[in-house]
Design a binder for this molecule. Structure first.
Ligand code: MLT
Length: 240
């Protein structure tokens, strides 16, 4: 088995897809997806386009849907929610379908939507994702960071390193590209200070300016959710 890290969707090879892709958007889309599923949302349907989100959500009964939209870190006006994992409570979400569009994370999910298996990974569910990968052993695995508008994001690469460091300690997974080694080195350097790293990251700074301090704290917590969000239809994330 080979594991590859790509920092952004733009850096992935254009002509191929892996057996399994783990899409990572620590701040905050994949942290929100994992949390929403943990508190009882029946599914999170993801869209890169807000128009597509609105059209699809209208096919769903109003009492059973929630619309979450984020652009530039802020909630899209008129939506029920932005993209804070801390807004995901059982009272609000249990039994509902969450329709979600974010600046980068949902776009990264779309890039690999045709892969055989697509998972949503974050620091909060890192161990659950690793357990799935060790049990199912896909031949080729991409750990795909969402980045920020085509650029590199520290927090996604440190999470890729956190996953890859556990996988490559086993005999099952070989390093597929240099980015894996770099991501593991980043994780090893910061593993005891993940909160500090997220505060230094450019999107962490953006979220701090928007007052989202608690989101950073939560998203930096390692292995707190035993949830594997898996794509069950195009863009449709459910619990495995
Ligand atoms: C994104 O998709 O870019 C993010 O999840 C942004 C955020 O809500 O912090």
């Amino acid at each position: 088995m080979e594991v590859f890290v790509y920092h952004t969707p733009e850096l992935t090879p254009a002509d191929t897809l892996p057996d399994c892709a783990v899409v990572i958007d620590v701040l905050r889309a994949t942290s929100t997806i994992a949390t929403a599923l943990k508190v009882g949302t029946c599914a999170v349907q993801t869209f890169s386009s807000l128009t597509d989100l609105v059209n699809a959500s209208q096919q769903w009964p109003a009492s059973q849907r929630l619309l979450a939209g984020e652009r530039g870190g802020a909630k899209v006006e008129g939506y029920d929610l932005g993209n804070s994992p801390l807004d995901c409570t059982p009272e609000l979400m249990a039994g509902k379908r969450l329709f979600l569009s974010t600046t980068n994370g949902t776009r990264a999910l779309q890039r690999v939507t045709e892969a055989k298996t697509v998972l949503a990974g974050a620091l909060i569910n890192r161990q659950a994702i690793v357990n799935y990968l060790l049990d199912h052993q896909p031949q080729t695995l991409w750990l795909l960071g969402s980045g920020w508008e085509g650029g590199y994001s520290l927090e996604d690469t440190v999470c890729a390193g956190a996953i890859a460091s556990l996988l490559t300690q086993t005999a099952s997974y070989q390093v597929g590209n240099d980015e894996v080694i770099a991501a593991i080195a980043l994780y090893q350097q910061w593993q005891d200070r993940l909160g500090e790293l997220l505060q230094q990251a450019s999107h962490g700074q953006r979220l701090l300016r928007l007052g989202c301090n608690q989101d950073l704290h939560y998203c930096a917590s390692l292995d707190i959710l035993d949830i594997v969000p898996m794509q069950m239809g195009p863009g449709l994330m459910m619990t495995f």
